[in-house]
Ligand binder design. Structure first.
Ligand code: ADP
Length: 334
């Protein structure tokens, strides 16, 4: 459970808007529901904006009632849809969207998304003074200021379920499998999945890959007669095709690994109980922060407490992967 801050309502808000933006993540629906029901309970109207900043720019939004968020807490994806909107990176476009929001007498905007979307939310507030609150919604868990993000737990469990199945085959055929999980810039999913799956090796963008050592390790486990099968979890990295190239290299070194790329199955599916609770709390608290007069912040979780972080901190700092986690993973499989 989370420790929640006590916030005194200060502003008489009439209406707010909510959107999901960037890559979808399981639990976004629960967060929208948290925003909508909390706002309605405080007598605030809520506009649901379709397709993130694209929908905002096109004034594609509608008033949501309590019923409109019924039966969605258990669904993956986002019923408001999501999109990427290149145009929103231009200041004049952001100024236009603030006008659209003000014309409807909307007092605040809640943006649920990854670091790109939250950067957009920050710039909108900085340039136009329009109140924004961010909620970290991404399976990657790579957002500074929050220990956890909506969708991460579900993605880890989805990948884990797949790897447990793959291990049966790996064991039966005495083969190594390279399993690629999502994570272009960060190895959070790979590390957590690697630990939970008991992976023999984990490859993450944060650490340079020693191919020679990896190959030797695979060969020596085979010679020793134990661990002749195994799972190597690979974060996809920035340049597509990393896992295929890795397999090629290992073949040159005499190994015969299979490759399995989990891809988008990690993004979908019903959110875990953990993600539903996290998303519901963050959605509800986003409204309470707005009512208390906060703006230009992200509502996240740190050390079990719901906390706020200035949105511009996300531009300045990067969330690092704890190297000790990787060490633990590698020590445990020996
Ligand atoms: P995510 O939010 O999942 O990180 P993206 O990085 O693709 O996904 O960002 C989603 C959207 O957020 C972009 O399509 C754009 O509309 C907005 N956005 C991203 N970066 C910026 C930026 N630097 N300035 C303004 N808007 C941005």
């Amino acid at each position: 459970m989370y420790e929640l801050p006590v916030l005194e309502p200060k502003l008489p808000l009439k209406a707010l808007a909510v959107m999901t933006s960037g890559g979808d993540a399981p639990g976004m629906n629960a967060a929208i529901r948290g925003v909508v029901r909390t706002a309605l309970n405080h007598g605030i109207e809520v506009y649901g904006i379709k397709r993130g900043f694209s929908g905002l720019l096109e004034d594609d939004m509608q008033l949501l009632d309590s019923q409109s968020v019924s039966n969605i807490v258990q669904r993956g994806g986002t019923f408001l849809k999501s999109d990427r909107c290149e145009a929103f990176k231009q200041p004049e476009v952001r100024a236009k969207t603030a006008q659209i929001l003000r014309q409807k007498s909307i007092d605040g905007l809640v943006v649920i998304g990854g670091d790109g979307s939250l950067t957009g939310a920050h710039l909108l507030e900085e340039e136009t003074g329009f109140a924004t609150i961010g909620i970290p919604g991404t399976i990657d868990n790579d957002i500074f200021g929050s220990d956890d993000t909506i969708g991460f737990d579900t993605a880890v469990n989805t990948a884990l379920d797949a790897i447990d199945r793959i291990r049966d085959t790996a064991h039966s055929h005495e083969r190594h499998f390279l399993v690629e999980v999502m994570g272009r810039n960060s190895g959070f999913i790979a590390t957590h999945v690697g630990i939970a799956a008991g992976a023999e090796m984990i490859v993450v963008p944060e650490h340079a890959l020693d191919l020679e050592a990896l190959s030797l390790q695979l060969a020596s486990s085979r010679v020793a007669g134990h661990g002749s099968s195994g799972i190597i979890v690979v974060a996809e990295g920035k340049i597509p095709g990393l896992t295929g190239r890795l397999a090629e290299q290992l073949r040159i070194h005499g190994q015969k690994p299979h490759v399995c790329i989990l891809g988008h199955i990690q993004r979908g599916g019903s959110p875990t109980g953990h993600d539903r609770v996290l998303a519901s709390c963050l959605g509800a608290m986003a409204v309470k922060y707005l009512l208390a007069g906060y703006s230009d912040i992200m509502v996240g979780v740190r050390d079990g407490r719901i906390v706020d972080t200035p949105l511009d901190d996300l531009l300045r700092y990067r969330k690092g992967l704890d190297p000790e986690l990787l060490n633990i993973a590698l020590q445990l499989h020996r």
